[in-house]
Design a binder for this molecule. Structure first.
Ligand SMILES: Cc1cc2nc3c(=O)[nH]c(=O)nc-3n(C[C@H](O)[C@H](O)[C@H](O)COP(=O)(O)OP(=O)(O)OC[C@H]3O[C@@H](n4cnc5c(N)ncnc54)[C@H](O)[C@@H]3O)c2cc1C
Length: 407
């Protein structure tokens, strides 16, 4: 097989890249292919919450992914200082949904196939050789020659290693379990985030989910690793999730705990080299919250037209991909989240907890962002004022604490 582009990985980033490239340059369709090591339906450990902003981007090119979903209208947050839930009545449609990746990824791949994208399943890429006028991919599918390779192969990315990029500054360990619904659960149209466990450099979540027609809750923990910490270092997430389930009155016996890691984007790390380019979690997704499905789709929305232009120009050096990425919607989103991450979990955690539990305007801004709606000026202004309040309250608390220790 002799191709223009070989896309390694048939998750949301790989399929979205193929779809947006096909939309930008339909004439290239016969010259690109996606190589996926598994066969659909294949499991991807993931809670499956997708913001409507990504699906709106897909709708732009006429793509809809029809699978069983729990539709979401709002967000809820709990911290050590309080809790709140927010919906925005100005948004008339759901702000997102929760899907099962087993179903979503297969339907997404089917949608791409129906538009003429070649997807080769059971094709595990095991070696990538890049030379001055193309790449060789070697693997279970045999040998493939292409003009360039796109690494959409997720957190363990083989292509990332082939371009000599490090494993990544922002790594997270994540654990999840599907359980029955309990009495204390939030309404089923809310995604719930719990930041109250301060030992966790991350958060716990409870998302409504639907598994083979049964209404369940997906509960999990996200923990960001510190620089240089290896996976497995730090706190025991399994024990911590078991303890949280016990507090919720859920017996963990017989439940299947699923673990996986994530990589956040660090914009100083390489995301391309001549004839190779990374998208999705192979490049890096949101380090602050570990949100990656919408980002993977938006990577595709940025990379598809970019690749079409590169092919038209006959320039596959991808020298300007880091700049194009930084200027794209997903790049700006990830840049902001990367800059915020150290403040969120280290320097500003107490203020952040106070702010998120206090500020309805912040929550509404988050709801609108997730949905892909323009942020309301009044909400943004309100959120900034509330941030000031959170700082002031913290300063007052510190003064009171000092006074009482002097007494
Ligand atoms: C426990 C957990 C919960 C999460 N919950 C959420 C959530 O609720 N919402 C959200 O937005 N994000 C969530 N994420 C993150 C999200 O799952 C990922 O960021 C997202 O799947 C990234 O998409 P991708 O296409 O880049 O990579 P992936 O979805 O990982 O797809 C990569 C594909 O490449 C294939 N592949 C890998 N190696 C090779 C190879 N050598 N040859 C060929 N194919 C290969 C894989 O089989 C896979 O299909 C969660 C992650 C975890 C671990």
């Amino acid at each position: 097989m002799d191709l223009d582009l070989a896309i390694v990985g048939g998750g949301p980033a790989g399929i979205a890249t193929a779809l947006f490239l096909a939309a930008a340059a339909p004439g290239r369709l016969g010259r690109i292919a996606v190589f996926e090591k598994e066969r659909y339906p294949r499991e991807k450990i993931c809670a499956g919450a997708i913001g409507a902003r990504a699906e709106k981007e897909l709708e732009r090119i006429g793509v809809r992914v029809d699978v069983p979903s729990v539709w979401v209208n709002g967000l809820s947050v709990a911290t050590s200082t309080g809790s709140l839930a927010a919906r925005d009545s100005r948004i008339l449609k759901p702000i997102g949904r929760v899907v099962r990746r087993l179903e979503f990824d297969r339907a997404f791949a089917d949608e791409a196939r129906s538009r003429g994208v070649t997807i080769v399943e059971g094709a595990r890429v095991q070696r990538v050789e890049i030379d001055h006028d193309g790449v060789w991919l070697h693997g279970t599918m045999g040998e493939i020659r292409a003009r360039a390779v796109i690494g959409a192969d997720g957190v363990g990315s083989f292509v990332r290693r082939a371009i000599g990029a490090p494993r990544g500054r922002w790594r997270a360990q994540v654990i999840e379990v599907d359980t029955p619904v309990i009495e204390g659960d939030r309404a089923r149209d809310l995604l719930h985030f719990d930041l109250s466990d301060q030992a966790l450099r991350g958060y716990a979540w409870d998302f409504p989910t639907i598994v083979e027609g049964r209404a369940l809750m997906c509960r999990g923990l996200y923990e960001l690793k510190r620089d240089g910490e290896a996976e497995g270092d730090g706190i025991d997430l399994g024990a911590r999730l078991t303890a949280r389930l016990a507090r919720q009155g859920i017996d963990p016996a017989g439940l299947r705990f699923k673990r996986f890691s994530e990589r956040g984007l660090a914009l100083h790390e390489p995301v391309s080299r001549p004839r190779a380019l990374l998208v999705g979690e192979a490049a890096g997704i949101d380090p602050a919250l570990g949100e990656g499905i919408a980002q993977a789709i938006l990577y595709g929305a940025a990379a598809g037209p970019y690749l079409a232009r590169c092919l038209d120009r006959g320039d596959l050096s991808f020298r300007d991909w880091p700049r194009a990425l930084r200027r794209s919607r997903v790049g700006l989103d990830l840049l902001a989240r990367e800059l915020a991450t150290p403040w969120v979990y280290d320097r500003m955690r107490p203020e952040l907890e106070r702010w998120t539990a206090l500020s309805r305007d912040l929550a509404i801004t988050g709801v609108r962002y997730f949905a892909g709606e323009r942020a309301g000026t009044r909400n943004v202004a309100g959120a900034v004022i509330d941030l000031g309040r959170a700082f002031a309250q913290r300063a007052r608390d510190a003064i009171d604490a000092r006074r009482s220790s002097v007494k």
